[in-house]
Design a protein around this ligand. Structure first.
Ligand SMILES: [Zn+2]
Length: 422
C-alpha cells in the first residue's frame, strides 16, 4: 500500500512538473506598469515587459488558492484560455489610497508582477477586490512571445552570495536580501547583517522548525552613500533603492516608491520574497504582501522587526495592534471580512480560526494576563480598538513585548511554507 501511494505521489509530482515544462521556460517574465488614481478610482497603464534570468518560484503550485491580497495576477494561455499561473498580492499604492492625501490629489506609482516566462502567447489579467471584498477583473494585457521589445537589459547587474542554501529553488522558500545604503566600504557589514538576518529568522517558531526549507541569498550592490532618507530631518542620501522614512508621513515607515530598481536588483538571484535591509540604527521597517519587506539592520530590535515585517510580505498576516497612530482611513471596513488570516470582523469567522477554538470560548474573549498567547477572539486589531478581533492577547504581529507568534499566525506561516515547498 505504501509503495502504491509512493508511486501515485511521484506521478502527481511528475505531472505537475510536466505542466510547468509544458507552459513555461525556467526564467522570469516581469511586467512593469503604472498604477494611478485617487481614493475613489484607480487604473493601470502598461510600461514594459522584462526577461529575467532566474525563476525562484514553485513549479508545482502554479495556481494560488489562498485568496489573499488586494490584487491577483492571473495568466492564461492565449490559445486554450487555460489558467496557467496566478498569485495574490498587495501594493503600496493600495495603502496610499486610504490616506488623506488620496482624497485631494491623484498620484502614480510603478508596480510590477512576475511569473514564469510563458512558452506561448498569453493573456495577463489583474483582478482587484471590489467594495464587497470580492475579486473583479480590472485590466488585461496581451503577451506575445516573439515581441522583440521584451527588455533583456540588466540595469542593476551585481554578484549574489549564499547566506543559507537548502536546495532547488523550485522546492524552497527563496529570500533575496537587497542592501540599501551600504557603501562599498560597508559590504562586509552587509554580509554580517545577512548572517544576523538568518539567525533572527530561524530563532522564531515555526521558522526554527523549517530551516531546511529556506534559501537565503544576498546581492553585493553598494550605494554611493550610507543610510536612508529622513525627509523630516532634511536628510537625503544617494542610495540604490531610494528608500525613505516617513512614508505616508509615518516616521517609522521605511519604504521606496522606486519599485523598478527593487525588481532590477532582485533579478540577480532566484527569489520568492524580496527583503530590503536598510543600513541605519534608526527604528523602522515596512512590508506588503508579495511585494517586498524592509527593515533597518542596526536597531536593537532589528531581529523582531525582520520577523514581523516578513509576516506581512510572506504570509499576508495583518497587524494585530490597534493603539499606534497610523495614516489610514477605513483600512478595514467593519462590514466585510478582511482577507488576512489572523484578524476578523466576525462577518465570516468560519473562514478564520473558529475551528481552532476550544469549545465554549467566550467572544470577545476576556484577557488573561497569565496566558498572553492563549487562543481566543480578542477585541482590538488592524489599527482599530472596536469591531476587529485578534487571535491572542499577544503575538509578534501585535508587539515586541513577546518572542512568539500566536497559534493562528504560526499555523498560517506553516501553511505558506508548505505551499512553496511541497
Ligand atoms: Zn498572531
Amino acid at each position: 500500500m505504501k509503495k502504491l501511494f509512493l508511486i501515485a505521489f511521484t506521478l502527481i509530482t511528475v505531472s505537475s512538473f510536466a505542466q510547468f515544462d509544458r507552459w513555461f521556460h525556467d526564467k522570469t517574465l516581469r511586467m512593469d506598469y503604472v498604477h494611478s488614481g485617487n481614493d475613489r478610482n484607480d487604473y493601470f497603464t502598461f510600461d514594459e515587459f522584462y526577461e529575467e534570468p532566474f525563476w525562484g518560484g514553485s513549479k508545482t503550485n502554479l495556481i494560488d488558492d489562498f485568496n489573499y491580497g488586494k490584487y491577483y495576477v492571473k495568466v492564461f494561455d492565449k490559445e486554450t484560455k487555460q489558467e496557467i499561473y496566478s498569485r495574490g498580492f498587495s501594493t503600496l499604492f493600495m495603502e496610499w489610497k486610504t490616506t488623506n492625501e488620496a482624497k485631494i490629489t491623484d498620484r502614480s506609482m510603478t508596480e510590477s508582477v512576475v511569473m514564469p516566462f510563458p512558452k506561448k502567447d498569453a493573456m495577463i489579467e489583474i483582478h482587484k477586490r471590489n467594495k464587497k471584498g470580492e475579486f473583479e477583473k480590472c485590466w488585461v494585457k496581451d503577451f506575445k512571445v516573439n515581441d522583440y521589445f521584451i527588455n533583456r537589459e540588466r540595469r542593476l547587474e551585481y554578484p549574489s552570495f549564499d547566506v543559507h542554501i537548502s536546495g532547488d529553488p523550485a522546492k524552497m522558500v527563496d529570500i533575496v536580501i537587497l542592501p540599501e545604503g551600504y557603501t562599498e566600504a560597508e559590504m562586509g557589514k552587509f554580509i554580517q547583517d545577512c548572517k544576523n538576518f538568518k539567525e533572527s529568522l530561524f530563532s522564531f517558531d515555526p521558522y526554527d522548525k523549517n530551516t531546511d526549507k529556506f534559501n537565503i541569498r544576498g546581492v553585493l550592490a553598494p550605494s554611493p552613500e550610507s543610510g536612508s532618507d529622513i525627509p523630516a530631518d532634511s536628510v537625503w542620501v544617494k542610495t540604490l533603492l531610494n528608500t525613505r522614512f516617513y512614508t505616508f508621513d509615518l516616521e517609522r515607515y521605511v519604504m521606496t516608491h522606486d519599485f523598478k530598481s527593487v525588481r532590477d536588483l532582485a533579478a540577480n538571484a532566484p527569489y520568492d520574497q524580496i527583503y530590503i535591509l536598510v543600513n541605519t540604527p534608526k527604528y523602522g521597517g515596512g512590508a506588503i504582501y508579495n511585494f517586498y519587506s524592509s527593515s533597518v539592520s542596526g536597531n536593537k530590535v532589528s531581529g523582531k522587526i525582520i520577523i514581523h515585517e516578513f509576516g506581512h510580505a510572506f504570509v499576508g498576516l495583518g497587524d494585530e495592534y490597534f493603539s499606534s497612530k497610523v495614516a489610514y482611513n477605513d483600512f478595514y471596513p467593519l462590514d466585510i471580512e478582511p482577507w488576512e488570516p489572523n484578524i476578523t470582523t466576525l462577518v465570516d469567522f468560519d473562514s478564520k480560526w473558529k475551528s481552532m477554538l476550544p469549545e465554549g470560548t467566550e467572544i470577545p474573549t476576556p484577557i488573561d494576563k497569565n496566558a498572553p498567547h492563549k487562543i481566543g477572539v480578542f477585541e482590538g486589531a488592524g489599527y482599530t480598538s472596536k469591531g476587529i478581533y485578534r487571535p491572542a492577547d499577544h503575538c509578534l504581529m501585535r508587539s515586541f513585548l513577546t518572542n512568539e507568534f500566536c497559534p493562528v499566525c504560526k499555523a498560517a506561516i506553516q501553511r505558506m511554507i508548505d505551499f512553496y515547498t511541497k
